[in-house]
Design a protein around this ligand. Structure first.
Ligand code: ZN
Length: 328
């Protein structure tokens, strides 16, 4: 039985703890972090003032901006032409059309889009050029290029949740081989067989059905899991990325990733479930030299980067509106 003294102590201790928790937000470091978070994510921003190009660094004539992890959700020509427009406005010259899994009616993959442009009036109109694992169009005197990417989840030893991987420019047929939930090494073998360039998509932010409160399904990998990710994932991928979206916990995840991995790719991970959200393509991006083969440049870390977060309002709408089938 608990002693009277202990009960008193506990009562006092609990009270202190409660006060302590509410005071937590008033600590200088927390005040600073909260302010920084708010500045980073532009609260209350309106689209006109939070234009992606406003914060992009200047680039030289022989450089271009690539967003290598973004979900344009192209289900028809309207979406495709809107994507051209966004790339043109946001100064993104190369986009990886990234699907969740193999792609479907709601988000067609690279090969499906390329096929529908080939020999079509729309393709002719935009001067479609087929370059195999890349295609280009000309939109308002600007050449825009596209490659394919697939985002899949795998299991990494020692990590309870799912870890997302982006496979960039795999050979055709890859999409027929992949399934969700393989273990990392099995999945990497399929990538190897299809010459994909592989990067860990925000690897410290993992999907966990038992995440905090059972509501937020994504969470930050704990210290132990991060160690496993460093040992198993880092040495076996060509890069990792820090992204603009999912900003609630992402800034902490990105900070740790930069600290542990060093130079990363930076991409928007825009979820264009509405045309409004498509405006986020290029919010973060990579700056490459023209003429250098893309995958070699990624492997050699020959790129500059810029990284900003999706403003809160845009982020909230991207998760609040619409929920396409098969969306993880
Ligand atoms: Zn993604």
């Amino acid at each position: 039985m608990e002693s009277f003294i202990y009960k008193l102590y506990k009562k006092k201790y609990m009270k202190i703890k409660e006060i302590g928790e509410s005071l937590y937000l008033l600590k200088p470091k927390q005040v600073f972090n909260s302010l920084k978070y708010l500045i980073d994510t532009e609260p209350g921003s309106v689209p006109r003032f939070s234009a992606v190009t406003r914060r992009q660094p200047l680039i030289a004539k022989d450089e271009y901006i690539a967003d290598l992890h973004a979900h344009p959700y192209i289900s028809g020509f309207d979406d495709l032409i809107d994507t051209f427009k966004v790339m043109h406005d946001n100064n993104v010259e190369l986009l990886a059309i990234t699907t969740h899994g193999k792609g479907d009616q709601r988000e067609h993959d690279y090969w499906t889009i390329k096929d529908s442009l080939k020999n079509s009036e729309v393709g002719n109109f935009f001067q479609f050029e087929d370059k195999g694992k890349m295609f280009s169009v000309t939109f308002k005197d600007k050449k825009l290029s596209f490659v394919g990417a697939y985002e899949m989840y795998v299991y990494v030893p020692g990590v309870k949740g799912r870890v997302d991987i982006v496979s960039l420019m795999p050979e055709q047929g890859f999409e027929k081989k992949i399934v969700h939930g393989l273990n990392l090494h099995e999945y990497l073998e399929i990538n190897d067989d299809h010459n994909a360039t592989v990067f860990g998509a925000h690897p410290y932010t993992i999907w966990d059905p038992h995440g905090p409160n059972g509501i937020l399904r994504f969470r930050l990998a704990n210290e132990n899991e991060r160690k496993y990710i460093q040992d198993h994932l880092f040495p076996n991928v060509d890069s990792v990325d820090r992204v603009s979206s999912n900003c609630i916990w992402m800034s902490e995840s990105d900070k740790l990733l930069f600290q542990d991995y060093g130079k990363t790719l930076t991409n928007s991970d825009a979820h264009s479930k509405t045309p409004y959200n498509r405006r986020e393509i290029g919010r973060s991006g990579n700056i490459f030299k023209k003429g250098r083969y893309l995958t070699d440049a990624i492997k050699g870390k020959e790129h500059r980067n810029y990284h900003f977060y999706t403003p809160i309002f845009q982020f909230a709408t991207s998760i609040a509106f619409d929920n396409p089938k098969n969306f993880p």
